[in-house]
Structures are given as structure tokens and as C-alpha cells.
Design a protein around this ligand. Structure first.
Ligand SMILES: NC(=O)c1ccc[n+]([C@@H]2O[C@H](COP(=O)([O-])OP(=O)(O)OC[C@H]3O[C@@H](n4cnc5c(N)ncnc54)[C@H](O)[C@@H]3O)[C@@H](O)[C@H]2O)c1
Length: 257
């Protein structure tokens, strides 16, 4: 039987690749043979350089791209750059931001920024990726939502919760439009992966970290260097050729109870 997880010869665009989960996603796909286009916005250039170096060091073919997911032209350009040589087989959207504040202290500008990056950014990237993927009648998009797609946690972050619920249903919506064109769209709904740039501030809040750990059935947090790998490879490869419109929880069992 052929290796269903083999990505040799495919092209993958990973946005948010300067971040910890994006970097891991790029590495995992690259290690399976994909040519990687690693993208992040200009503010994160140093982090993106780190990703590019780490991938190149282990022999992955990688091209860095600047892409601000809140900017329509920037997203269109990144997708065009990633697809111009060999088409585009996989897109992973790991760009995201979070504002941890009670609703009364959250400004409208903060709300809009979180929705802009997490939800509108996902829509822009999915819409742009659909163009080359539907032309080639093949491709898969992996969006990143959260266990908060359907629930909230102990920390106040209203915009983040709303945005991640939106990403889950946007995934279903994109899948329903693109399936007949040969494009699959799925979503990973992650529990707390620690530490990443986004979750590192929780080190100052051991009580909340302990709450997160205890809330899972496995009684541990997600390991960014291990627990994303298998589910991502599944959704990004032919191993999931009959899966689309799915929100897959990778949360240590949090959502099971
Ligand atoms: N870490 C977790 O526990 C966890 C849990 C559930 C979901 N997620 C999601 O996983 C994704 C990655 O999170 P992470 O933990 O690696 O965080 P991270 O902060 O390390 O990475 C986020 C990346 O998004 C990039 N980004 C922010 N604004 C952008 C923009 N406008 N355009 C392009 N890129 C932009 C950042 O530069 C950064 O590289 C996010 O969508 C996050 O919401 C993370």
C-alpha cells in the first residue's frame, strides 16, 4: 500500500509560519516531502527567518513570503507566489491573535483586530486559495480553530471565542462550496498547546494552567512539538481524501465532557 501521508511533489503554503504552531506545521509537512512556502506578516520577520533556517537545516525546500492576512492584496499575492511554480496542494492557516481582557475593558479596535486576523483573515486566505485549487481540481485547506469553537474557558477573551467559533462554521461553509470543485476544507480545533508565543503568558498564572490541564481527559496540556503532527498530516494528505467540512478536536479530550 502506498504511503497515504506522503507529500512528495506537493506545495504547501503555511501562513503564521513564524509562530510556534505554524513553524511546527511547516516542519511536519516539509519532512513528508512538501515544498514549503512559509508566510507571516512583516512584524514577525525575525520569527519567520527562524522558521526558514530551521527547515532549511533539515533539508526542507522552503521559501519565505510576507503575508498579512488582514490585507486582501497581500493574501492574494502570497497565494499567487506560492502557486506559480507547481500549483498549490495544501494551505494551513496558523495566523492568529488573542486579547485576554474582560469585555468591559476590551476596546472596539481590539475586538476588530482579533476578528480581522482570526476570522476575516481565514476567509480571505480560503477564498484566495480556492482559485488555484479549483483550477487544478485538487487541494486541501486546513484552518486552525480552538476548543473554543463551541465553548468558552475560564479566561475572558470574548473576541477570540467569537472568532474561533466563526472559523469552525466558515470551514463548513467553504467545504460546501468547494467540494464539487475537488477542494477539501477542514479545521483543527485545538485545546491549550503550551508553550507557544500565544500561551506563554500563562506561565504567570499557574492556577489557570492547572485548570486547563485538569479539564482534559489525558490530564496534560498539548505539546506543540508533538501533538499537532498527526492530525495535521491526516488533514493535509491523501489519508483524509474522503473528509471535508470537518472540525477535528485535538484537545486531550476536553470537548468530550
Ligand atoms: N497555542 C494554543 O494553545 C492554541 C490553541 C487553539 C488554537 N490556537 C491557534 O493556533 C494558531 C497558532 O497559534 P500559536 O499558539 O502558534 O501562536 P503564535 O502567537 O506563536 O503564532 C501566531 C502567528 O500568527 C501570526 N500573525 C498574527 N497576525 C498576523 C497577520 N495579520 N498576518 C499574518 N500572520 C499573523 C503571528 O505573527 C504569529 O507568527 C492561532 O490561530 C491560534 O489561535 C492556538
Amino acid at each position: 500500500m502506498s504511503d497515504l501521508f506522503d507529500l512528495t511533489g506537493s506545495s504547501a503554503l503555511v501562513v503564521g509560519a513564524g509562530g510556534d504552531l505554524g513553524r511546527r506545521a511547516a516542519l511536519v509537512l516539509g519532512a513528508r516531502g512538501a515544498t514549503i512556502y512559509a508566510a507571516d506578516h512583516a512584524t514577525a520577520s525575525a520569527d519567520l527567518n527562524r522558521t526558514t533556517s530551521e527547515l532549511a537545516e533539515v533539508g526542507v525546500s522552503v521559501t519565505p513570503l510576507l503575508c498579512d492576512v488582514t490585507d486582501e492584496e497581500s493574501v492574494t499575492a502570497a497565494v499567487a507566489d506560492a502557486s506559480v511554480e507547481h500549483g498549490l496542494d495544501v494551505v494551513v492557516n496558523a495566523a492568529g491573535v488573542m486579547v485576554r481582557k474582560p469585555v468591559g475593558e476590551t476596546t472596539l479596535a481590539e475586538w476588530r483586530h482579533v476578528l480581522d486576523v482570526n476570522l476575516t483573515g481565514t476567509w480571505l486566505l480560503n477564498r484566495a486559495a480556492a482559485v488555484p485549487m479549483s483550477e487544478q481540481a485538487h487541494g486541501c485547506i486546513v484552518n486552525i480553530s480552538s476548543v473554543y469553537a463551541e465553548r468558552v474557558g475560564p479566561v475572558p477573551e470574548s473576541a477570540y471565542y467569537a472568532s474561533k467559533a466563526g472559523v469552525a462554521n466558515l470551514t463548513r461553509s467553504m467545504a460546501s462550496e468547494l467540494g464539487r470543485l475537488g477542494v477539501r476544507v477542514n479545521c483543527l480545533a485545538l485545546g491549550v498547546f503550551y508553550p507557544t508565543n500565544m500561551t506563554a503568558p500563562l506561565k504567570d498564572d499557574p492556577g489557570t494552567l492547572a485548570w486547563f490541564e485538569d479539564r482534559t481527559l489525558l490530564k496534560r496540556l498539548g505539546d506543540p512539538a508533538r501533538d499537532l503532527d498527526g492530525p495535521l498530516l491526516l488533514l493535509a494528505s491523501e489519508a483524509s481524501s474522503y473528509m471535508t467540512g470537518q472540525v477535528i478536536y485535538v484537545d486531550g479530550g476536553w470537548s468530550a465532557w
